[in-house]
Design a protein around this ligand. Structure first.
Ligand SMILES: [Zn+2]
Ligand SMILES: [Zn+2]
Length: 247
Protein backbone atom coordinates (compact mmCIF):
# COMPACT_ATOMS: atom_id res chain seq x y z
CA UNK A 1 0.00 0.00 0.00
CA UNK A 2 1.26 3.47 -0.97
CA UNK A 3 0.20 6.34 1.27
CA UNK A 4 1.56 9.67 -0.03
CA UNK A 5 2.26 12.57 2.32
CA UNK A 6 1.82 10.89 5.68
CA UNK A 7 3.95 13.88 6.68
CA UNK A 8 5.21 16.88 4.71
CA UNK A 9 6.75 15.27 1.57
CA UNK A 10 7.22 11.95 3.36
CA UNK A 11 5.49 8.95 1.83
CA UNK A 12 4.73 5.53 3.32
CA UNK A 13 5.04 2.17 1.58
CA UNK A 14 3.48 -0.61 3.65
CA UNK A 15 3.39 -4.33 2.91
CA UNK A 16 2.98 -7.35 5.19
CA UNK A 17 2.90 -5.07 8.25
CA UNK A 18 6.32 -3.63 7.37
CA UNK A 19 6.90 0.06 6.55
CA UNK A 20 9.49 1.98 4.62
CA UNK A 21 9.51 5.66 3.70
CA UNK A 22 10.32 7.92 0.77
CA UNK A 23 11.48 11.40 1.83
CA UNK A 24 11.36 14.02 -0.91
CA UNK A 25 13.40 17.19 -0.99
CA UNK A 26 13.13 18.95 -4.33
CA UNK A 27 14.26 16.49 -7.00
CA UNK A 28 16.14 14.34 -4.50
CA UNK A 29 14.90 11.32 -2.63
CA UNK A 30 16.00 9.69 0.62
CA UNK A 31 14.79 6.18 1.39
CA UNK A 32 14.41 5.23 5.03
CA UNK A 33 14.56 1.45 5.53
CA UNK A 34 14.39 -1.16 2.79
CA UNK A 35 11.45 -3.25 3.99
CA UNK A 36 11.15 -6.79 2.67
CA UNK A 37 12.48 -7.92 -0.74
CA UNK A 38 9.01 -7.88 -2.37
CA UNK A 39 8.61 -4.19 -1.49
CA UNK A 40 11.13 -2.94 -4.06
CA UNK A 41 8.59 -3.01 -6.90
CA UNK A 42 6.15 -1.08 -4.71
CA UNK A 43 8.80 1.57 -4.08
CA UNK A 44 9.51 1.85 -7.82
CA UNK A 45 5.77 2.25 -8.54
CA UNK A 46 5.46 4.88 -5.78
CA UNK A 47 8.43 6.84 -7.14
CA UNK A 48 6.84 6.78 -10.59
CA UNK A 49 3.60 8.14 -9.14
CA UNK A 50 5.62 10.92 -7.52
CA UNK A 51 7.25 11.73 -10.86
CA UNK A 52 10.58 10.32 -9.71
CA UNK A 53 12.70 7.30 -10.61
CA UNK A 54 15.13 5.04 -8.71
CA UNK A 55 17.93 7.19 -10.18
CA UNK A 56 16.78 10.04 -7.91
CA UNK A 57 17.55 8.07 -4.73
CA UNK A 58 20.57 9.78 -3.18
CA UNK A 59 20.87 7.58 -0.07
CA UNK A 60 19.30 4.77 1.92
CA UNK A 61 19.24 5.07 5.72
CA UNK A 62 18.60 1.98 7.81
CA UNK A 63 17.06 2.70 11.21
CA UNK A 64 18.58 -0.64 12.24
CA UNK A 65 19.88 -3.87 10.75
CA UNK A 66 16.96 -6.29 11.14
CA UNK A 67 16.02 -8.36 8.07
CA UNK A 68 12.59 -6.70 7.75
CA UNK A 69 14.24 -3.29 7.22
CA UNK A 70 16.97 -4.55 4.88
CA UNK A 71 14.97 -6.28 2.13
CA UNK A 72 16.18 -4.48 -1.01
CA UNK A 73 19.22 -2.72 0.48
CA UNK A 74 21.83 -4.95 -1.21
CA UNK A 75 20.02 -4.53 -4.52
CA UNK A 76 20.04 -0.72 -4.24
CA UNK A 77 23.71 -0.80 -3.39
CA UNK A 78 24.77 -3.13 -6.21
CA UNK A 79 22.42 -2.17 -9.03
CA UNK A 80 22.10 1.57 -8.45
CA UNK A 81 25.23 2.38 -6.43
CA UNK A 82 23.13 3.99 -3.69
CA UNK A 83 25.14 4.57 -0.49
CA UNK A 84 23.69 2.79 2.56
CA UNK A 85 23.98 4.43 5.99
CA UNK A 86 23.56 2.83 9.42
CA UNK A 87 24.78 3.42 12.97
CA UNK A 88 28.03 1.46 13.51
CA UNK A 89 26.36 -0.43 16.39
CA UNK A 90 24.17 -2.25 13.85
CA UNK A 91 26.69 -2.86 11.07
CA UNK A 92 27.21 -6.47 12.15
CA UNK A 93 23.50 -7.34 12.09
CA UNK A 94 23.09 -5.66 8.69
CA UNK A 95 25.79 -7.94 7.31
CA UNK A 96 24.26 -11.02 9.05
CA UNK A 97 20.54 -10.17 9.20
CA UNK A 98 19.45 -13.33 11.02
CA UNK A 99 21.97 -13.15 13.85
CA UNK A 100 20.54 -10.70 16.32
CA UNK A 101 19.97 -10.56 20.04
CA UNK A 102 16.50 -10.85 21.51
CA UNK A 103 15.49 -11.33 25.12
CA UNK A 104 12.89 -14.07 24.66
CA UNK A 105 12.39 -17.09 22.42
CA UNK A 106 10.55 -16.02 19.25
CA UNK A 107 9.09 -19.50 18.70
CA UNK A 108 6.89 -19.20 21.78
CA UNK A 109 5.11 -16.05 20.62
CA UNK A 110 2.78 -17.61 17.99
CA UNK A 111 1.49 -19.92 20.74
CA UNK A 112 0.83 -17.11 23.20
CA UNK A 113 -0.20 -14.48 20.62
CA UNK A 114 -1.94 -16.31 17.72
CA UNK A 115 -2.83 -12.92 16.13
CA UNK A 116 0.78 -12.71 14.99
CA UNK A 117 0.57 -15.83 12.81
CA UNK A 118 -1.07 -14.24 9.73
CA UNK A 119 1.34 -11.28 9.99
CA UNK A 120 4.44 -13.48 10.16
CA UNK A 121 3.09 -15.61 7.28
CA UNK A 122 2.67 -12.53 5.08
CA UNK A 123 6.17 -11.38 6.01
CA UNK A 124 7.59 -14.76 4.91
CA UNK A 125 5.72 -14.60 1.60
CA UNK A 126 7.25 -11.15 0.99
CA UNK A 127 10.72 -12.66 1.28
CA UNK A 128 11.46 -12.26 4.99
CA UNK A 129 13.43 -15.51 5.06
CA UNK A 130 15.62 -14.64 2.07
CA UNK A 131 17.16 -11.27 2.88
CA UNK A 132 20.72 -10.66 1.72
CA UNK A 133 23.08 -8.97 4.18
CA UNK A 134 24.73 -5.66 3.37
CA UNK A 135 28.35 -4.74 3.95
CA UNK A 136 30.32 -1.71 2.81
CA UNK A 137 28.10 0.49 4.97
CA UNK A 138 28.58 4.18 5.68
CA UNK A 139 28.32 5.71 9.11
CA UNK A 140 25.05 7.36 10.04
CA UNK A 141 25.77 10.34 12.27
CA UNK A 142 24.76 14.00 12.60
CA UNK A 143 27.40 15.01 10.10
CA UNK A 144 26.50 12.56 7.32
CA UNK A 145 22.74 13.04 7.82
CA UNK A 146 22.98 16.80 7.29
CA UNK A 147 23.59 16.20 3.57
CA UNK A 148 20.57 13.88 3.10
CA UNK A 149 17.37 15.06 1.43
CA UNK A 150 15.17 16.47 4.24
CA UNK A 151 18.26 17.04 6.47
CA UNK A 152 17.21 14.73 9.32
CA UNK A 153 18.89 14.52 12.69
CA UNK A 154 19.63 10.91 13.70
CA UNK A 155 18.59 10.09 17.28
CA UNK A 156 20.47 7.13 18.71
CA UNK A 157 17.73 5.10 20.41
CA UNK A 158 19.30 1.80 21.52
CA UNK A 159 17.39 -1.10 23.04
CA UNK A 160 15.56 -2.69 20.12
CA UNK A 161 19.09 -3.09 18.72
CA UNK A 162 22.35 -1.56 19.95
CA UNK A 163 22.66 0.84 17.02
CA UNK A 164 19.02 1.72 16.40
CA UNK A 165 18.45 5.33 15.25
CA UNK A 166 15.27 7.31 14.73
CA UNK A 167 15.32 10.24 12.28
CA UNK A 168 14.02 13.65 13.32
CA UNK A 169 12.85 16.01 10.57
CA UNK A 170 12.62 19.15 12.71
CA UNK A 171 11.15 21.50 10.11
CA UNK A 172 8.52 18.90 9.22
CA UNK A 173 7.50 18.18 12.85
CA UNK A 174 8.09 14.51 12.17
CA UNK A 175 10.11 11.62 13.56
CA UNK A 176 10.61 8.36 11.68
CA UNK A 177 10.79 6.18 14.77
CA UNK A 178 11.74 2.85 13.14
CA UNK A 179 11.30 0.06 15.67
CA UNK A 180 12.07 2.27 18.70
CA UNK A 181 8.34 3.06 18.82
CA UNK A 182 5.81 1.12 16.74
CA UNK A 183 2.01 1.12 16.51
CA UNK A 184 1.81 -2.58 15.60
CA UNK A 185 3.96 -5.33 17.06
CA UNK A 186 4.37 -8.08 14.42
CA UNK A 187 5.24 -10.59 17.14
CA UNK A 188 2.06 -10.14 19.20
CA UNK A 189 -0.35 -8.49 16.72
CA UNK A 190 -1.02 -5.77 19.35
CA UNK A 191 -1.86 -2.28 18.08
CA UNK A 192 -1.16 1.16 19.56
CA UNK A 193 2.08 2.93 20.53
CA UNK A 194 4.56 0.47 22.09
CA UNK A 195 8.10 -0.85 21.97
CA UNK A 196 8.58 -4.11 20.03
CA UNK A 197 8.24 -7.24 22.16
CA UNK A 198 11.20 -9.07 23.64
CA UNK A 199 10.87 -11.62 20.79
CA UNK A 200 12.79 -9.18 18.58
CA UNK A 201 14.26 -6.64 21.03
CA UNK A 202 17.77 -6.91 22.44
CA UNK A 203 17.03 -5.05 25.69
CA UNK A 204 13.50 -3.91 26.54
CA UNK A 205 14.67 -1.89 29.57
CA UNK A 206 17.00 0.18 27.38
CA UNK A 207 14.30 0.44 24.69
CA UNK A 208 11.89 1.96 27.22
CA UNK A 209 14.59 4.40 28.36
CA UNK A 210 15.31 5.48 24.76
CA UNK A 211 11.71 6.62 24.34
CA UNK A 212 12.75 9.82 26.14
CA UNK A 213 14.89 10.75 23.12
CA UNK A 214 11.76 10.72 20.97
CA UNK A 215 9.57 12.63 23.44
CA UNK A 216 11.88 15.64 23.63
CA UNK A 217 11.63 16.30 19.88
CA UNK A 218 8.12 17.70 20.38
CA UNK A 219 7.15 16.18 17.01
CA UNK A 220 3.49 15.97 16.00
CA UNK A 221 3.82 12.99 13.67
CA UNK A 222 5.54 9.67 14.46
CA UNK A 223 6.19 7.30 11.56
CA UNK A 224 6.92 3.79 12.83
CA UNK A 225 8.62 0.76 11.31
CA UNK A 226 5.41 -1.24 11.83
CA UNK A 227 1.84 0.02 12.03
CA UNK A 228 0.04 3.19 11.04
CA UNK A 229 1.44 6.71 11.49
CA UNK A 230 0.72 8.29 14.87
CA UNK A 231 -0.72 11.78 14.45
CA UNK A 232 -0.53 13.83 17.62
CA UNK A 233 2.01 14.71 20.26
CA UNK A 234 4.83 12.19 20.22
CA UNK A 235 5.12 12.72 23.99
CA UNK A 236 1.63 11.19 24.33
CA UNK A 237 2.63 8.22 22.17
CA UNK A 238 5.73 7.74 24.32
CA UNK A 239 3.64 7.90 27.51
CA UNK A 240 1.27 5.22 26.13
CA UNK A 241 4.23 3.02 25.20
CA UNK A 242 5.74 3.42 28.67
CA UNK A 243 2.43 2.50 30.31
CA UNK A 244 2.20 -0.63 28.18
CA UNK A 245 5.78 -1.56 29.01
CA UNK A 246 7.54 -4.70 27.75
CA UNK A 247 5.85 -7.82 26.39
ZN1 LIG B 1 13.50 -4.46 14.25
ZN1 LIG C 1 10.96 -4.30 12.25
Amino acid sequence: MFRPNVADQIHLIEHAAVNCYIVQDGANVLLVDAGLPAMWKLVVAALRELGRSPRDISALVLTHGHFDHLGFAARLQHDLDVPVFIHPGDAYIAAHPYRYKHEKNRLLYPVRYPRCIPILTRMSLAGALNVTGVSDLRTLDTESARAFPGHPEPLHTPGHTDGHCALHFGDRGTVITGDALVTLDPYTGARGPQIVSAAATANTHTALESLGMLAVTGAEIALPGHGMPYNGSIATAVELARQRGAT
